[in-house]
Each structure stands twice: as structure tokens, then as C-alpha cells.
Design a protein around this ligand. Sequence first.
Ligand SMILES: *Cc1c(COP(=O)(O)O)cnc(C)c1O
Length: 378
Amino acid sequence: MIAPAFTPPNRLLLGPGPSPVAPSVLRALALPTVGHLDPELLRAMGECREHLRAIFGTSNAATFAISGTGTSGMEAVLSNLIEPGDGVLVATHGYFGARVDEIAGRCGGVVTRVDGEWGQPSDPQRARDAARGRSIKLVAVVHAETSTGVRQELAPWSALASELGALLCVDAVTSLGCIPIEVDAHRIDGIWSCTQKGLSSTPGLAPVSFSPRAVERVRSRKTPVQSFYFDLGLLLGFWDAPHGYHHTISSNLIYALHEATRLVLEEGLEARFERHRRVSTYFLECARGLGLAPFVAESARLPQLTTLRVPAGVDDLALRKRLLSEHDLEIGGGLGALKGQLWRVGLMGYGATEGNAERCASALRDVLAGERGAAARR
Ligand SMILES: *Cc1c(COP(=O)(O)O)cnc(C)c1O
């Protein structure tokens, strides 16, 4: 028996990603597929690179998108910039910092990992102390830690990397398009993001940027990059003129990225950042009205991802199941050590509106009343 054509449910995506996709981006996805070397596709790719440079705050020539999700961007940057035996300093304060550590180690890096408290930014001074007496060639930090909702200031890490004579790498998977990223001003050498969070496209591409110093580091490697798919030289051979074949990039995902980044620039970066701040302030007010407390102190809170403590006696999983089945609304639960303790509400990109904040708060009010009633009966 052949299944009937699949129709997905119409969910409101207010979790840590994917975020709601703008209708014009969905329409762009449905345009006719063309070849990966079609001159018109190459023109669109060139325009995507210009858009990404503006959003990343960089003039880096080596700014483009990896075919894959955010993790592929992480792996692409780290596998090019780390050679076996290189000293690497990874500051972690959540689930995704741990992933950076894992991948840096798999690249052959000799990793010094500095674990910070989940719910707070990493402490650059502790990292400085940990690096003392070691040869560190690369420092990596997470800008927006999606597992906790914490924002990391980048200036101190830029200063530390300079002191150590190391490259600075930044995970911007949840920050691109939501909060300012100044790649050039912060002397960031390698940065990766994704298309399905702040940019509000579908998952499938990972915007990246490499500074000229980083490109030089890759060129002067003693060993070839282990990954053929992520080899920067080969990727630039495709993205740069005269555009040789490396892999068959999805033209449809390029159309979507083109439209999504065009929407970001059309709105204006400052206006977009301000919208995220305004909507998150409003949502937190509503959440407090329901008796829900934020997990992160105001000074380190991300506007695009609000983390709330699950109130005592409420069944996290049951509540999120009801949000999905009764309200078609998705929010995230806690990851790793915070499983069952946190809700993660993303009001990101196209989804960052007062209307969505209100829908989320009213759905939460409804299911919380149900859950609290069930808890009282138990
Ligand atoms: C989502 C996320 C990732 C992983 O991205 P995928 O698209 O799921 O591969 C990495 N780092 C951070 C900070 C994230 O939020």
C-alpha cells in the first residue's frame, strides 16, 4: 500500500528552532530547481554572500554557506582551522559549548575546556588562567547558548585571543539576525550559523565566514583537511569564480536564503534587533503574569530565546505535549542537565511578534491551569 501524500500540521514554531518561515521564503523554496552551476544561480549565490557579509558585519571575502545545518558549519570551521596537535581553548556554559569541544577534539585538537555554570556567561578570566603555560592556537566560544538562553559578550574573548596569539571562533547559530554580530570589529576569525533560527528560513544551510588570517591559516596547513566535503579551498573553488564543481548545492535552499536575508536587510538590522528586544520584554511580562520566572539574569538574557523555570509540580513533558496537540504550538524543553527544568521559548526572526508572544502566553495559561488541576487531583 502506498501512503497518501503527506500534509504536515500547521504548527506555530516558538521553540529554540526551527523558527516560523516567512511565506515569501516558502514560495521561494517552491521555485523551479536549476543546476548548481547555472549562471543565474551563481548570481543569486553572489548576492547571498553580500547579504551575509552585511548581517555578519564583515568584509571577509570567504563568507558563504555550507550545505548542511548549523552543526555542519561548526564542523566546517573547526575542521579547517584545527590541525592535529593544535592547542584549542573551548569555553563552555551549556550544551552547545560541549558540542564545540567534542568536534574540536575529533579534529585532533588538544582541547583545554573551561566549564562555566549553565545559566551564566563564560568567564574570560578563568579561561585566561586555564590557558597559562599552554600553546593555544584557537579560542572558541558560543555567542548565544541556546540550551540556557545566555548571551556571551564577545569583546573580552577577542582580547583574550589576541593576547594568546590565537584565532577566535564563534558559534552564532542562534544569534545571526537576532542580536548584533560584529565579525570585523571583534576580530572574529571563524564563525558559523544556520538558516532556521534567526534568519527564519528552513534548515539546510549554514552561513559561515573566515577572516583573511583564518584563510591563510588553512592555506599553510601541514596536513590536508580531513573532510573533503568541508575543505575550505575546495568550497571556495565552487563559490568563487570560475566556479568549479565540488558538490550539488540545493538551488532551492539558495533561493530561500536569498529571500530570507533580503527580508533581514529590508527590515534593517537595527530595527530587527529592536523588534526582538521589544517582543521578548513583552513576552516575559506575560510569563511573569502566569507566575513563571526567567532562568537567566537580565544582563545576560537573550531576546530571541527566553528560558523559563518549569514550576514545581508541573509535568514538563505532559504540558508541552498538550501545547502541541491542543494549540499547535511548539516550545522547547531543557537539554542535558536542565532536562525537565526549563522551557525554552524562541521568538525569533519572522516569529518575533507581539501576536505570537500573546498566543504563547495564552496557550501556556490554558495548559498550566489544566496541569495544575491534574497535579492537585493526583
Ligand atoms: C541549534 C544550535 C546548533 C546546532 O545547529 P543544527 O542546525 O541543529 O545543526 C549549534 N549551536 C547552537 C548554539 C545552536 O543553537
